[in-house]
Design a protein around this ligand. Structure first.
Ligand code: AVJ
Length: 322
């Protein structure tokens, strides 16, 4: 290996871009969509009429607030309400409000990969829900899980909303759930949102909006490579493409090269060849049913206590214990 290669692959982002774009078929990880612009585009997606997930989960948390709070309990010594990927906590606020009104002893620990999100959330919560004790942290899921292991003594309720788990293929989801379980004590709770299988057209529309917000979101991967790795992707030469397999429940996003082209990535000292109609697979958004969630839980050694759904049964939040 020459020195240049060692320097060029100095971040995981670069390493993964190198791996994914020199593989066949090509792929990139959706976790890299989320820089400042990607965060904003995802906010825009959540406001799309086609993107039903957010409203459904909001409805679930609004209707079943009391029941969810009762499951978390109001224990002596209090508990930590840990939210992984909290974002703007729009949905969680409904629950926080109730917990605060019922004088539940808890600390809200929102965790997000975006420092931006963490800062504005802490500020907003101190104004809107001043009685809630907030300790926000920046961090990645798995890195945070490691940290969670170290405070095993206090009761925990862990929340993961937004069907974020859907970005993981089943084996990785099982691995994730297993690691979560390993951080839990027997009275800890785990509350996770899983988007459900439904009319395939409804799902396709959610990931293929007319206005092109999802396309811009998907293409932000290329924009990031352009700006952070001095590359020359021409966004116009790629088309956003979504497929959904109703049998497996897997929605997949692609960027398809509409013409043959070469792209140069300076920071990686790499030239990438695209044939016409060659693909880059960028994201999976897995859809679930009860059988699949029960299987995942079983593989991870978790028990389903109950689940909550919206009026259209588009979405479900499951409550697990160890
Ligand atoms: C944030 C992973 C839940 O897969 O539905 C939205 C991301 N991608 N539109 C999802 C996303 C395209 C979203 N998650």
């Amino acid at each position: 290996m020459n020195i240049k290669t060692t320097i060029a692959l100095d971040t995981t982002f670069k390493k993964e871009v190198f791996e994914g774009l020199t593989a066949y078929p090509k792929y990139l990880s959706s976790k890299y969509i989320y820089d400042k612009k990607g965060d904003k585009l995802f906010q825009d997606i959540m406001a799309l009429p086609e993107y039903y997930l957010t409203n459904c989960e909001f409805e679930i948390l609004s209707i079943h607030t009391k029941e969810i709070a009762a499951h978390f309990g109001n224990v002596k010594g209090g508990y930590d309400l840990i939210e992984l990927g909290a974002g703007d906590a729009k949905k969680t606020k409904v629950l926080l409000k109730l917990l605060s009104e019922t004088e539940t002893d808890f600390i809200y620990k929102p965790i997000d990969i975006s420092q931006n999100a963490i800062d504005s959330l802490s500020k907003k919560l101190s104004k809107e829900l001043p009685k809630v004790n907030v300790e926000a942290e920046k961090g990645e899921y798995f890195e945070v899980l490691e940290r969670l292991k170290t405070f095993k003594s206090r009761k925990k309720a862990i929340m993961i909303l937004g069907s974020n788990i859907g970005n993981l293929l089943h084996p990785r989801a099982i691995d994730f759930l297993t690691k979560l379980k390993e951080t839990m004590n027997s009275n800890d709770m785990l509350f996770i949102g899983f988007d459900q299988k439904k009319n395939p057209q409804t799902i396709l529309n959610a990931y293929n909006d007319e206005t092109g917000v999802t396309e811009a979101f998907n293409k932000n991967l290329l924009t990031r490579i352009n700006t952070e790795m001095a590359a020359n992707f021409n966004l116009k030469n790629f088309k956003h493409w979504e497929v959904y397999d109703p049998e497996t429940g897997t929605a997949k996003s692609f960027l398809v090269a509409t013409k043959a082209q070469k792209v140069h990535i300076n920071a990686l000292d790499l030239e990438i060849n695209f044939d016409q109609w060659e693909t880059i697979h960028t994201e999976i958004s897995q859809k679930y049913d009860d059988k699949t969630v029960a299987w995942l839980a079983g593989e991870a050694g978790l028990e389903i206590i109950t689940d909550f759904t919206d009026s259209k049964a588009y979405y479900k939040n499951y409550l697990f214990k160890k």
